[in-house]
Design a protein around this ligand. Structure first.
Ligand code: ZN
Length: 354
């Protein structure tokens, strides 16, 4: 198989780059953003609309799909694309971050990590082998390996250990992967310690991954620490493989990270904040719950070409919110996702012109 990632151009002295990632369900142009469909769908948005919004890839969460509908049901359906009618490539997050955010990281052992499903109460020991093999059987296009994600203030010793365990798990995940059609990405850790970040990245770079995630950042540390750690991670990674900054972020942070050489992003901000009334626009963030919008008969963002901005006004969104109509959250999600994807498309255009 030829290399799945092709670098198409780079911005001279700056490190921003443009590329193409080939997957079993289509090509992803980079830099790009992955809308988050934790349970197999973007909350409130029918999956068939994804290409219309400019989405070329979507993120799902392995842990949640493992518990429901489960790997067997997904395999019987013919994979995650068939089950959830997803018309674009799918990346599976391994769940290392969920383990951290639900407090189970304290139980991480060499073998794996026990995790209890918050919905069903079911318990399961997740190992790197199990996660990667089930991601493959579920029909994912890109599978993230299981990693150890710690709170940013866990201390150097704990982060040093997490880097070592994450590396051994990465080797085990690769050994267990069939590599037939799913691309496998490693995940670098190291907290906010630049030397640990670099050690983690260089260790993973020595393994034949298809791409590399940078994990465990943007979880409460000072923003400048985030970018220092990102820079150290990128220094340790190969140029010819895609780099994915996991969980980032605000548009301005994404633009900064692209200029440093990051290719892929995901974040819950455009979807989660939409449900709280927040709209990302070319004039900054606005909240349609505010009563000042009661009679503003203008689109959320006049510069946006999305279906919401073409057909609806802020006054409409405000009225739907007041009436507790679900369309307010749905339309806000559609706009925010389209806004993010258009933002990335413009960054790609600028990168190509240089
Ligand atoms: Zn719009």
């Amino acid at each position: 198989m030829s290399a799945p990632f092709t670098l198409l151009g780079q911005n001279g002295a700056a490190k921003g780059r443009r590329g193409c990632l080939h997957t079993a369900h289509g090509v992803i142009e980079t830099p790009n953003f992955m809308p988050v469909g934790t349970y197999g769908t973007l909350r409130g948005v029918p999956s068939h609309l994804l290409p219309d919004l400019g989405a070329q890839v979507m993120l799902v969460n392995f842990l949640h799909l493992f518990f429901y509908p489960g790997p067997e049901a997904l395999a019987r359906a013919g994979g995650v694309h068939r089950f959830f009618s997803i018309p674009v490539p799918v990346l599976a997050d391994s769940g290392g971050y969920q383990v951290f955010s639900l407090g189970s990281h304290r139980k991480v052992g060499e073998e794996g990590v026990p995790f209890q499903d918050p919905r069903s109460g079911r318990k399961e020991l997740f190992t790197p082998e199990k996660v990667t093999q089930f991601e493959e059987s579920m029909g994912m296009d890109i599978g993230m390996v299981l990693d150890v994600c710690l709170p940013h203030d866990a201390g150097r010793k704990a982060h040093e250990k997490a880097v070592a365990v994450t590396h051994r798990w990465a080797e085990r995940a690769l050994a267990a992967a069939s590599r037939e059609r799913m691309l496998v990405f490693g995940i670098g850790q190291g907290g906010t310690f630049p030397d640990l970040r670099r050690r983690s990245a260089e260790g993973l770079a020595s393994l034949p991954f298809d791409g590399y995630g940078i994990g465990g950042l943007g979880i409460g540390e000072e923003p400048e620490r985030t970018f220092e750690a990102l820079e150290a991670s990128l220094e340790g990674l190969p140029e010819d493989k895609p780099r994915y900054f996991m969980g980032m972020g605000y548009p301005q942070d994404i633009a900064r990270a692209v200029a440093m050489g990051v290719d892929l992003f995901d974040c819950v901000l455009p979807t989660r904040n939409a449900r709280n009334g927040q709209l990302f626009t070319s004039r900054g963030v606005i909240n349609f719950k505010r009563s000042v919008f009661k009679e503003v008969h203008a689109p959320p963002d006049p510069a946006c070409a999305c279906p919401v901005c073409r057909h609806y006004s802020l006054a409409y969104l405000h009225a739907m919110f007041r009436q507790r109509e679900m369309s307010a959250a749905v339309l806000a999600t559609v706009h925010n996702v389209a806004y993010y994807l258009d933002f990335l498309a413009k960054i790609r255009e600028n990168t190509a012109s240089i």
